[in-house]
Design a protein around this ligand. Structure first.
Ligand SMILES: *Cc1c(COP(=O)(O)O)cnc(C)c1O
Length: 381
């Protein structure tokens, strides 16, 4: 049995096809229609907190619009978590602004409040007060929401919450995606639920939602002809894809449960027998959707040995995100780092984490870890 095990494949419920068929039979094959409205309502209900959701073409587009709505423009500086996927930072550059990267703390692997405050204070001293802060709930683990929000509030800087990986996660019982002045979600093919490609902007402000919808549909003024007084974008979600989203939202709780149980399986199989560390929820306030199950090995060498052992057995794994301050494209950007995310990148590996993994798959995966080179460092329980 050597069938491919993917890192995080799409997992359809079967109901998606009905909504797609509905879109076809009613001929709503456009970036508007009843599925778009329904999908937004489903997300608003699920997230709670009276949020408003605009479903868009991608998480990246959502972040671009969010920053644009905050008035970020050329010459501005925006603080971004360094330990993330590049899409958290790219939209800053689309707007001609400059990212300033902030390293992670060890508890959640997300933005360090200490380094954040340092970055803000030094920015202010240079006459460049940051215009926004982008913290990320990486791999589904909530960042230190209270600490980050308190700093943002103190310095009066808006937070754009990157919740692309964290639909279904919560902090102190409140869903991720509801903490920032604005938040973004992603429904890319590898995320916990997918519309094949898609995203959403989440906000507490009905005006922001209205503006997001306006800008994402080419910013047409009200007139019988095409008239424009703003630069618009073509960023609205298609009604066909929103149909997939409705089907996926009907099983979101199952998907979270399945991903969390992957993590629990890995942990119970591995934590007492090998020198492997897991990203733990720091306390009961934190609830991760466990989008990806991540482990830390003793060294870069053992991480690589393990990754290659998996590849040989047709199993897809991936090193943790390479921090943005170490990326060639952001080389010249200012950063506040203390080595935390560099170490995570060196030693960390994302294990297959799909909600459709079988027990047989999971056993195949843990067997490889138990049999790999650094297994000689076994500490008997
Ligand atoms: C996936 C992802 C995005 C971008 O979402 P897309 O829908 O792929 O554009 C942004 N930030 C993070 C942390 C992500 O994982």
């Amino acid at each position: 049995m050597n069938t491919k095990i993917w890192l995080s494949p799409p997992h359809m419920s079967g109901k998606e096809q009905d909504y797609i068929n509905e879109a076809f039979s009613t001929n709503w094959i456009a970036p508007l229609g009843p599925n778009v409205t329904q999908f937004e309502t489903d997300l608003e209900t699920y997230l709670g907190q009276h949020v408003h959701v605009a479903s868009l073409s991608s998480g990246t587009a959502s972040l671009h619009l969010a920053l644009s709505l905050l008035g970020i423009s050329a010459g501005d500086e925006v603080i971004c978590q360094s330990f993330t996927f590049s899409a958290s930072a790219n939209p800053i550059v689309y707007l001609g602004a400059t990212p300033v990267f902030v390293d992670s703390e060890e508890d959640t692997w997300n933005m360090s409040p200490v380094l954040l405050e340092q970055a803000i204070q030094e920015g202010i001293k240079r006459g460049k007060k940051p215009k926004a802060i982008i913290p990320v709930h990486l791999y589904g683990m909530p960042y230190k929401v209270d600490e980050i929000n308190a700093i943002a509030k103190h310095y009066e800087i808006p937070v754009v919450e990157d919740s692309a990986e964290a639909l279904g996660s919560h902090y102190k019982g409140q869903k991720c995606g509801t903490f920032g002045d604005m938040a973004i979600l992603s429904f890319n093919g590898n995320k916990i639920i997918t519309t094949s490609g898609g995203g959403a902007l989440v906000t507490h402000s009905p005006e922001y939602k209205q503006q997001a919808v306006f800008l994402s549909t080419q910013a047409r003024d009200e007139a019988p002809h095409y008239q424009h007084s703003h630069i618009g974008y073509n960023y609205r979600m298609s009604n066909v894809l929103a149909g997939i989203g409705i089907g996926q939202m009907s099983v979101i709780d199952d998907r979270v449960k399945a991903r969390r149980s992957n993590f629990d399986f890995y942990k119970s199989e591995l934590s007492n027998t090998l020198e492997i560390e897991f990203s733990e929820e720091p306390n009961k306030d934190y609830y991760s959707n466990r989008w990806l199950s991540c482990i830390l090995t003793p060294s870069f060498e053992s991480r690589e040995a393990l990754r290659l052992a998996f590849a040989e057995k047709n199993i897809e794994t991936r090193p943790l995100w390479k921090p943005m301050h170490m990326q060639p494209v952001f080389e010249k950007c200012r950063h506040y780092s203390d080595g935390t995310s560099a170490d995570l990148f060196d030693r960390g590996l994302c294990l297959p984490s799909g909600s459709s993994l079988t027990e047989e798959d999971l056993n195949r995966i843990t067997k490889i870890i138990k049999g790999t080179v650094f297994a000689n460092k076994i500490t008997t329980p």
